[in-house]
Write a protein that binds this ligand. Structure first.
Ligand SMILES: *[C@@H]1O[C@H](CO)[C@@H](O)[C@H](O)[C@H]1NC(C)=O
Ligand SMILES: *[C@@H]1O[C@H](CO)[C@@H](O)[C@H](O)[C@H]1NC(C)=O
Ligand SMILES: *[C@@H]1O[C@H](CO)[C@@H](O)[C@H](O)[C@H]1NC(C)=O
Ligand SMILES: *[C@@H]1O[C@H](CO)[C@@H](O)[C@H](O)[C@H]1NC(C)=O
Ligand SMILES: *[C@@H]1O[C@H](CO)[C@@H](O)[C@H](O)[C@H]1NC(C)=O
Length: 293
């Protein structure tokens, strides 16, 4: 009797110890499934993910069909019950609409614009809904008009293009209301964010790179350049420029990799000759607290 209760006692003790050790060794909040913000939204994210995978899995390995039809699945899946708690706002400028979710708590935001394009209408509308102390940063290789507009907004303007690789490159830029090809200075996005903007937690980045976005796709992957440099985006808006066949393949790989990574959900597709998408981060504790819960 004594012996067996001692055995039970020691067995219980070692099990608690093991549990204690494995719990206290838990490396990231992501796996603290009792309390974390990420765990609270996980089943909603999974419902969205299942919906989209069911809709587009047959487009796997068909970049052309994915380019033409992804928007259908995105439009369908953003309306499921599990996504109804999101309040995605519209911030139009003169030729398109940016999307943003404003934080529920009194926290300032960091908003970055890559490619200002002579128009800060969306930034101005957004600024009214953000908390005191929010910051705007904008880069565009054409300083005429852009510098002035961005400074009036109260933002910090940078006179160059931002992309995956630094150096001189041909880019399509807006001069006197027409797009013209010009050689511009490119600054790499990691250097830009870490050293010039000096921010690594970014609430939203609006990427209008006139083609430069293709080089940035792999930066967003799990373990990619943004993770390696501790850079978080809670939300991003991206315009994907009219693709050739190679770029359709890059886009296809981008979408399926994001789905494999299970970090971002994709909403509000706008399909024209270019495509616009809005992404929301479900895998970062701070982002989920600030924007989803
Ligand atoms: C889980 O995380 C919360 C904070 O998010 C913390 O208070 C709690 O102690 C953690 N639980 C375990 C078992 O680590
Ligand atoms: C994907 O969703 C669209 C829009 O609801 C629908 O028309 C299409 O049939 C769906 N495709 C599949 C394979 O479920
Ligand atoms: C999760 O989904 C449920 C519906 O299943 C919805 O009522 C709830 O608002 C969603 N939660 C969030 C955080 O969006
Ligand atoms: C743009 O317009 C301004 C004034 O109309 C003109 O002075 C300038 O030369 C134009 N620039 C180009 C590159 O066409
Ligand atoms: C970078 O930003 C932090 C605040 O987030 C500030 O303390 C620091 O001085 C900044 N560094 C530079 C070089 O501006």
């Amino acid at each position: 009797m004594r012996k067996s209760s001692a055995t039970v006692f020691f067995a219980a003790l070692s099990i608690s110890l093991l549990l204690y050790i494995s719990v206290s060794n838990t490396p990231t909040p992501r796996f603290n499934f009792s309390d974390s913000a990420v765990s609270k939204v996980w089943s909603n994210y999974t419902a969205w993910h299942d919906c989209l995978m069911q809709n587009i899995s047959k487009l796997h390995d068909d970049p052309n069909a994915l380019w033409g039809n992804l928007w259908r699945g995105l439009k369908k899946c953003e309306t499921i019950d599990e996504m109804k708690g999101l309040f995605i706002g519209d911030y139009p400028n003169s030729d398109e609409t940016k999307r943003h979710i404003v934080p529920k708590m009194e926290l300032p935001s960091v908003i970055i614009t890559l490619g200002i394009g002579h128009d800060t209408g969306a930034e101005e509308k957004l600024k009214k809904g953000l908390k005191h102390g929010s910051e705007f940063f904008g880069a565009d290789p054409m300083h005429e008009i852009n510098e002035d507009l961005f400074t009036k907004l109260g933002g910090k303007y940078f006179p160059f293009a931002v992309g995956a690789t630094p150096g001189l490159a041909e880019a399509s830029v807006l001069i006197n209301s027409t797009y013209t090809t010009k050689t511009v200075v490119n600054v790499d996005i990691i250097y830009f964010l870490k050293k010039l903007v000096n921010r690594t937690f970014i609430d939203d980045i609006w990427i209008d790179g006139e083609g430069a976005e293709y080089g940035l796709f792999d930066h967003f992957y799990n373990g990619g350049a943004f993770d390696q440099n501790g850079i978080t985006f809670c939300q991003f808006n991206i315009e994907i420029h009219l693709p050739d066949n190679l770029q359709k393949k890059l886009f296809h790989d981008f979408i399926f990799q994001l789905l494999k990574d299970k970090r971002y959900a994709i909403y509000r597709p706008v399909q024209g000759s270019h495509m616009r998408l809005f992404m929301l981060n479900y895998a970062n504790e701070e982002c989920v607290y600030k924007y989803i819960l």
